[in-house]
Design a protein around this ligand. Structure first.
Ligand code: AP5
Ligand code: ZN
Length: 214
């Protein structure tokens, strides 16, 4: 299975990807995680990306497309992958189609849109706590860690992402509606496009995703 997850910031793409990685032995390719790691290590990519991320804007297409292309060529993608946070623009989607066809000779199997209205996003993202070490996401109310503010998986202290401030969340939502939401129409022309109600609780959402995959 080769999945693309679409959906606004905070829709639950990362949360659902983590479950799929465990159950299906496929890899998660989160462009957001790749960029946050680059920011953490202070690489050239990180320096460039930080400016955009802090403002809730998209990193330029050519940069992101290069990253994903290199990542998809690695051997561990052969068992299947989840693209979480990519593509986010029409040019990114076109570049993905092209690289899958011409460079990799594989096809997407499911494009899944997690639909969550804007009203719910603010609470989800202001209450999110993220693991800086392994990328796991928690929520103070909906998915609290077992031990206060510590990652269940690796024990690291949880943090609040820099872009999970109310002002930046609103900008990210605006960018989603202006640049990313139209991908639903782009993919609805394939027979692999599915929409899921992302307002249900995480286990219910996961059950619906598994139904699609089986
Ligand atoms: P990225 O890291 O991709 O952020 P995002 O798309 O805004 O998505 P999030 O990680 O915020 O949300 P999510 O859907 O994964 O939700 P989660 O599962 O954590 O991108 C960050 C930045 O990087 C961008 O702004 C951009 O600058 C740059 N970037 C990345 N990719 C790019 C690209 N392709 N092109 C250009 N720039 C790019 O859940 C959220 C919270 O809700 C958590 O607290 C969780 O516990 C909780 N939750 C999850 N599911 C549920 C549920 N069903 N019910 C209740 N709570 C839930
Ligand atoms: Zn962790």
């Amino acid at each position: 299975i080769n999945i693309v997850f679409l959906g606004p910031p905070g829709a639950g793409k990362g949360t659902q990807s983590a479950k799929l990685v465990e159950d299906f032995n496929i890899v998660q390719i989160s462009t957001g995680d790749i960029l946050r790691n680059a920011v953490k290590t202070g690489s050239e990519l990180g320096k460039l990306a930080k400016k955009y991320m802090d403002e809730g804007k998209l990193v330029p297409d050519d940069v992101i497309i290069g990253i994903v292309k290199a990542r998809l060529q690695q051997d561990d993608c052969k068992n299947g992958f989840i693209l979480d946070g990519f593509p986010r623009t029409i040019p990114q989607a076109e570049a993905l189609d092209e690289m899958l066809k011409n460079d990799l000779n594989i096809e997407l199997t499911h494009i899944i849109s997690l639909n969550v209205p804007d009203e719910l996003i603010l609470e989800r993202l202001t209450g999110r706590r993220s693991c800086p070490q392994c990328g796991a996401a928690y929520h103070i109310k909906y998915n609290p860690p077992k031990e206060d503010n510590k990652c269940d998986l690796c024990g690291a202290d949880l943090i609040q992402r820099d872009d999970d401030k109310e002002e930046t969340i609103n900008k990210r939502l605006k960018v989603y509606h202006e640049q990313t939401e139209q991908l639903k129409e782009y993919y609805s022309k394939t027979n692999k496009f599915y929409e899921i109600d992302g307002t249900l609780n995480p286990d219910e959402v996961y059950r619906k995703i598994k139904e699609l995959l089986q």
